[in-house]
Design a protein around this ligand. Structure first.
Ligand code: GAP
Length: 448
């Protein structure tokens, strides 16, 4: 069992229940499902893409737009191949691998607890392991019409290397001075030996990364600043306090480039696991890219005239892992007073895929209810549903985390009022239909 796996799940539901809900409601499901799926690749359906976009927007707003000292970037996925030599990925970015000669399966040598008994050796059930060898995790491709060594390129294993490549240009065009940061959100690819735990360890995933460039004398101050800032972000997303912790890295754990590092971890059903890393990467990246590109990436302090290579404080969060943590944190099976159970996703309203559902009490009331919903959809993702009894329609919305349902009933035409039902408390209040937009405005973005 992995060191941090709990003896019993810390959640009163099984991981399979959450995975099933995600598939059933179109949040997340296996990629290329009609061909039997492809291990380590996942698709986000109509509701999943809304959740993911809302999370990315919250990150972008907080890390880029609300700050004077951070600039945004959207770089190409494929960088010049020398980038990955400079970064150390070609040499170091590998996991220890073993094969079983009997069952032909392949495992990470440091995760053999996952292997279980060997299905090809029923008598002994022991695997017949090969010696350990290193397996590079970068996904390769070829550029141009030839497929020889000179045409090899890599799908980026992390988004940050392009930030280092573009450091000088972004600094110049934005006229930023040290300290300042460059942030981007984008896909990363790793040929993981054992993708597992749903989307937690995938072969294609998204990262939201910030590289913050500082004077060497200020690196500790900024490391602390960003660790606290990132923790505050995760709290604002609504993670329960007892499911969030910071784990500083021991010196022997540090990546080849890192001088200090801490993981922000979430308590998943399968144990405490990293969702974000905060690293003091020192001047490793800019120094190496200077060396490999031949371009000087040092800067001059305009006041003191000191010339130095900035140190980098990095915050790197997995978008997919955070989505999974949000789903796990929010998912509950509740027994109601009438003896029924409901599944509910308690997502922060700003993250919920659908913000408001409009439900006419009868199909006869469709016209004014549709008009109300169309008025709301320009601002918020909304949903119109007239089928089934009202209780079932509420349940369908609870299950995907819709924070507010608005019911148009037989009195609404005459008194101009609608009933708003809140997801978590299930309380209902009657308010003016004209006031519904400002009602939502006051409640949807709170705290994020
Ligand atoms: N630039 C630093 C970097 O990439 P990392 O710890 O390897 O550091 C950062 O990755 C974050 O990316 C992790 O905290 C995790 O959330 C996410 N991540 C890494 N590998 C992943 C994978 N195979 N599947 C999903 N997310 C992954």
């Amino acid at each position: 069992m992995p060191p941090d796996a709990p003896a019993a799940s810390p959640y009163p539901w099984r991981m399979d229940d959450l995975v099933a809900l995600c598939a059933r409601r179109g949040l997340i499901f296996p990629s290329s499902e009609i061909y039997g799926g492809i291990n380590g690749f996942w698709d986000y359906g109509p509701l999943g893409v809304e959740l993911k976009n809302n999370l990315k927007a919250a990150w972008w707003r907080r890390v880029v737009r609300e700050r004077d000292d951070v600039e945004g970037l959207d770089s190409a996925i494929i960088c010049h191949p020398r980038t990955w030599e400079a970064s150390g990925h070609v040499e170091h970015f590998s996991d220890p691998l073993v094969d079983c000669r009997a069952c032909k399966r392949r495992f990470r040598a440091d995760q053999l607890d996952d292997a279980g008994p060997c299905p090809a050796r029923p008598g002994s059930s022991e695997h017949d392991w090969t010696p350990v060898r290193r397996f590079n995790l970068m996904l390769k491709t070829f550029i141009g019409a030839t497929e020889d060594a000179a045409a090899v390129a890599y799908l980026r294993a992390e988004t940050c290397q392009a930030i280092f490549n573009d450091f000088k240009r972004v600094k110049e065009v934005s006229r930023q001075k040290i300290p300042f940061g460059i942030a981007q959100i984008g896909k990363a690819f790793r040929n993981e030996i054992n993708p597992r735990n749903f989307t937690f360890r995938s072969r294609e995933f998204e990262q939201a990364e910030l590289e913050f460039f500082v004077h060497p004398a200020e690196r500790e101050k900024w490391f602390q600043h960003w660790l606290e800032e990132r923790l505050a972000f995760h709290r604002a997303l609504g993670f329960a306090e007892e499911r969030l912790r910071v784990r500083p890295h021991a010196p022997e754990e540090l990546a080849h480039y890192a001088n200090a590092a801490a993981d922000i971890e979430f308590l998943f059903p399968f144990g405490w696991q990293e969702i974000e890393g905060v690293h003091d990467r020192g001047d490793w990246d800019l120094r190496r890219h200077s060396e490999y590109s031949g371009k000087d990436l040092s800067v001059t302090d305009e006041e003191t005239k000191e010339r130095f290579t900035p140190m980098v404080i990095e915050t790197s969060v997995g978008v997919d892992r955070t989505c999974l943590a949000l789903l796990a944190n929010g998912y509950a099976e509740e027994r109601l007073e009438d003896g029924e159970t409901r599944s509910v996703l308690r997502l922060h309203p700003a993250l919920a895929p659908i913000k408001v559902a409009v439900l006419p009490l009868s199909k006869k009331l469709a016209e004014p209810a549709r008009r109300l919903e169309r008025g709301l959809r320009r601002r918020w993702s909304s949903f119109y549903d007239e089928s089934g009894n009202i209780g079932r329609r509420y349940r369908r919305q609870d299950e995907v985390g819709t924070p507010f349902c608005v019911t148009w009933d037989f009195e609404s035409d005459t008194d101009g009022k609608v009933t708003v039902r809140e997801r978590d408390s299930m309380t209902q209040e009657r308010i003016s239909a004209d006031g519904i937009a400002s009602y939502l405005e006051d409640r949807l973005e709170v705290g994020l």
